[in-house]
Design a protein around this ligand. Structure first.
Ligand code: ZN
Length: 194
Protein backbone atom coordinates (compact mmCIF):
# COMPACT_ATOMS: atom_id res chain seq x y z
CA UNK A 1 0.00 0.00 0.00
CA UNK A 2 1.41 3.34 -1.03
CA UNK A 3 1.75 5.72 1.88
CA UNK A 4 -0.48 8.63 1.17
CA UNK A 5 -0.95 12.01 2.67
CA UNK A 6 -3.40 11.34 5.45
CA UNK A 7 -2.87 7.61 5.30
CA UNK A 8 -3.87 6.01 8.57
CA UNK A 9 -1.16 3.56 9.51
CA UNK A 10 -3.08 2.19 12.45
CA UNK A 11 -5.35 -0.01 10.43
CA UNK A 12 -8.80 -0.44 11.81
CA UNK A 13 -12.42 -0.20 10.86
CA UNK A 14 -14.43 2.99 10.54
CA UNK A 15 -18.17 3.53 10.49
CA UNK A 16 -20.16 6.26 8.81
CA UNK A 17 -23.75 7.30 8.59
CA UNK A 18 -24.17 8.80 5.12
CA UNK A 19 -27.08 11.21 4.55
CA UNK A 20 -29.82 9.62 2.47
CA UNK A 21 -29.84 12.52 0.03
CA UNK A 22 -26.17 11.93 -0.91
CA UNK A 23 -26.78 8.77 -2.91
CA UNK A 24 -29.83 7.30 -4.60
CA UNK A 25 -29.22 3.71 -3.56
CA UNK A 26 -26.89 1.37 -1.68
CA UNK A 27 -25.50 0.26 -5.05
CA UNK A 28 -24.64 3.86 -6.03
CA UNK A 29 -22.75 4.37 -2.80
CA UNK A 30 -21.03 0.98 -3.19
CA UNK A 31 -19.95 1.92 -6.72
CA UNK A 32 -18.29 5.08 -5.46
CA UNK A 33 -16.37 3.21 -2.77
CA UNK A 34 -15.34 0.40 -5.13
CA UNK A 35 -14.06 3.02 -7.60
CA UNK A 36 -11.87 4.54 -4.87
CA UNK A 37 -10.65 1.10 -3.82
CA UNK A 38 -9.80 0.07 -7.37
CA UNK A 39 -7.89 3.32 -8.03
CA UNK A 40 -5.97 2.79 -4.79
CA UNK A 41 -5.10 -0.76 -5.72
CA UNK A 42 -4.09 0.30 -9.24
CA UNK A 43 -1.64 2.75 -7.64
CA UNK A 44 -0.06 0.05 -5.53
CA UNK A 45 0.12 -2.50 -8.33
CA UNK A 46 -1.32 -5.09 -5.97
CA UNK A 47 -4.77 -5.15 -7.45
CA UNK A 48 -6.46 -8.49 -6.83
CA UNK A 49 -8.94 -9.38 -9.54
CA UNK A 50 -12.12 -9.59 -7.48
CA UNK A 51 -14.62 -8.59 -10.20
CA UNK A 52 -16.46 -6.51 -7.62
CA UNK A 53 -17.61 -3.76 -9.99
CA UNK A 54 -18.51 -6.22 -12.74
CA UNK A 55 -20.57 -8.27 -10.28
CA UNK A 56 -22.33 -5.14 -9.02
CA UNK A 57 -23.34 -4.25 -12.60
CA UNK A 58 -24.55 -7.80 -13.13
CA UNK A 59 -26.63 -7.63 -9.92
CA UNK A 60 -28.29 -4.48 -11.32
CA UNK A 61 -28.97 -6.19 -14.63
CA UNK A 62 -30.40 -9.22 -12.85
CA UNK A 63 -32.88 -7.00 -11.05
CA UNK A 64 -31.52 -7.38 -7.52
CA UNK A 65 -32.92 -4.47 -5.52
CA UNK A 66 -30.38 -1.66 -5.53
CA UNK A 67 -30.93 -1.08 -1.83
CA UNK A 68 -29.88 -4.63 -0.96
CA UNK A 69 -27.23 -4.54 1.80
CA UNK A 70 -23.84 -5.35 0.26
CA UNK A 71 -20.43 -6.42 1.42
CA UNK A 72 -17.17 -6.34 -0.50
CA UNK A 73 -13.47 -6.44 0.05
CA UNK A 74 -11.48 -3.35 1.01
CA UNK A 75 -7.87 -3.10 2.01
CA UNK A 76 -7.83 -4.58 5.47
CA UNK A 77 -11.41 -4.78 6.65
CA UNK A 78 -14.32 -5.49 4.37
CA UNK A 79 -16.91 -2.82 3.66
CA UNK A 80 -20.52 -3.43 4.69
CA UNK A 81 -23.28 -1.06 3.54
CA UNK A 82 -26.87 -1.08 4.68
CA UNK A 83 -29.62 1.47 4.24
CA UNK A 84 -31.43 2.53 7.41
CA UNK A 85 -34.10 5.19 7.87
CA UNK A 86 -31.39 7.41 9.38
CA UNK A 87 -28.92 7.10 6.53
CA UNK A 88 -26.67 4.64 4.77
CA UNK A 89 -24.70 2.81 7.42
CA UNK A 90 -21.20 2.01 6.20
CA UNK A 91 -18.66 -0.10 8.03
CA UNK A 92 -15.39 0.13 6.21
CA UNK A 93 -11.62 0.19 6.40
CA UNK A 94 -9.75 3.36 7.30
CA UNK A 95 -6.85 2.59 4.95
CA UNK A 96 -8.43 4.15 1.88
CA UNK A 97 -7.89 7.85 2.50
CA UNK A 98 -10.21 8.98 -0.30
CA UNK A 99 -13.11 7.13 1.31
CA UNK A 100 -12.88 9.23 4.46
CA UNK A 101 -12.46 12.33 2.28
CA UNK A 102 -15.59 11.45 0.33
CA UNK A 103 -17.47 10.84 3.59
CA UNK A 104 -16.46 14.29 4.84
CA UNK A 105 -17.64 15.86 1.61
CA UNK A 106 -21.10 14.37 1.84
CA UNK A 107 -21.46 15.28 5.52
CA UNK A 108 -21.43 11.73 6.86
CA UNK A 109 -21.29 11.21 10.59
CA UNK A 110 -18.25 9.26 11.77
CA UNK A 111 -18.02 6.72 14.55
CA UNK A 112 -15.39 4.18 15.46
CA UNK A 113 -18.16 1.67 15.20
CA UNK A 114 -21.90 1.80 14.83
CA UNK A 115 -22.42 2.22 18.58
CA UNK A 116 -20.97 5.72 18.16
CA UNK A 117 -23.60 6.52 15.58
CA UNK A 118 -26.53 6.28 17.95
CA UNK A 119 -28.03 3.39 16.08
CA UNK A 120 -29.00 1.39 19.10
CA UNK A 121 -31.51 -0.64 17.16
CA UNK A 122 -28.63 -2.13 15.21
CA UNK A 123 -26.74 -3.33 18.24
CA UNK A 124 -25.58 -6.91 18.39
CA UNK A 125 -28.06 -9.43 19.58
CA UNK A 126 -31.14 -7.57 18.47
CA UNK A 127 -33.30 -9.17 15.85
CA UNK A 128 -32.62 -6.31 13.46
CA UNK A 129 -28.90 -6.09 14.08
CA UNK A 130 -26.70 -4.79 11.34
CA UNK A 131 -24.79 -7.95 10.64
CA UNK A 132 -27.49 -10.49 11.32
CA UNK A 133 -29.26 -9.42 8.20
CA UNK A 134 -28.66 -10.85 4.79
CA UNK A 135 -26.00 -9.13 2.78
CA UNK A 136 -25.07 -9.66 -0.84
CA UNK A 137 -21.38 -10.60 -0.97
CA UNK A 138 -20.30 -8.98 -4.20
CA UNK A 139 -17.13 -10.96 -4.85
CA UNK A 140 -18.83 -14.32 -4.62
CA UNK A 141 -22.30 -13.16 -5.76
CA UNK A 142 -24.02 -14.91 -2.90
CA UNK A 143 -26.29 -13.89 -0.03
CA UNK A 144 -25.50 -14.61 3.57
CA UNK A 145 -24.62 -13.08 6.90
CA UNK A 146 -21.72 -12.77 9.27
CA UNK A 147 -21.34 -15.61 11.73
CA UNK A 148 -21.93 -14.78 15.38
CA UNK A 149 -21.35 -16.92 18.42
CA UNK A 150 -22.63 -16.38 21.93
CA UNK A 151 -20.11 -15.47 24.57
CA UNK A 152 -20.67 -14.54 28.19
CA UNK A 153 -20.71 -10.82 27.39
CA UNK A 154 -23.10 -11.19 24.46
CA UNK A 155 -22.59 -12.10 20.85
CA UNK A 156 -19.33 -11.77 19.01
CA UNK A 157 -18.33 -12.54 15.46
CA UNK A 158 -16.53 -15.80 14.92
CA UNK A 159 -13.08 -15.41 13.45
CA UNK A 160 -11.23 -17.71 11.11
CA UNK A 161 -8.27 -19.23 12.92
CA UNK A 162 -6.43 -20.88 10.05
CA UNK A 163 -2.70 -20.33 10.04
CA UNK A 164 -1.55 -18.84 6.73
CA UNK A 165 1.72 -19.28 4.82
CA UNK A 166 3.43 -16.56 6.85
CA UNK A 167 2.52 -18.23 10.12
CA UNK A 168 -0.14 -15.69 11.06
CA UNK A 169 -3.65 -16.49 12.12
CA UNK A 170 -6.16 -15.39 9.52
CA UNK A 171 -8.60 -13.53 11.85
CA UNK A 172 -11.18 -12.75 9.18
CA UNK A 173 -14.79 -13.14 10.11
CA UNK A 174 -16.65 -16.19 8.94
CA UNK A 175 -19.48 -15.71 6.47
CA UNK A 176 -22.52 -17.97 6.52
CA UNK A 177 -24.14 -18.37 3.11
CA UNK A 178 -27.84 -18.96 2.61
CA UNK A 179 -27.28 -22.67 2.02
CA UNK A 180 -25.50 -22.93 5.39
CA UNK A 181 -21.97 -23.11 3.98
CA UNK A 182 -19.49 -21.30 6.21
CA UNK A 183 -16.52 -19.70 4.53
CA UNK A 184 -13.59 -17.44 5.10
CA UNK A 185 -13.25 -15.76 1.74
CA UNK A 186 -9.65 -14.81 2.43
CA UNK A 187 -8.58 -18.41 2.99
CA UNK A 188 -10.66 -19.43 -0.02
CA UNK A 189 -8.55 -17.03 -2.08
CA UNK A 190 -11.41 -14.64 -2.77
CA UNK A 191 -9.88 -11.54 -1.29
CA UNK A 192 -9.20 -10.12 2.07
CA UNK A 193 -12.48 -9.63 3.85
CA UNK A 194 -12.94 -8.56 7.42
ZN1 ZN B 1 -9.38 -17.37 6.94
Amino acid sequence: MKIRNGFVSNSSSSSYLVPLNSFDTVFDLAEKIIDIRDEDWKDTGESPDLNTMKNLQRAKKNGISQDTPVQFSTWNYATWIKKTDKGFLVETCNNHYEISQMMDECGAKYGEDYHDLWLEEYKLGSSSNFFGERFYFLEIEKFGHKKYIKESGGETSEWCSKIGGKGYKCNNSILVLDDGTEICTKCEGLGELE
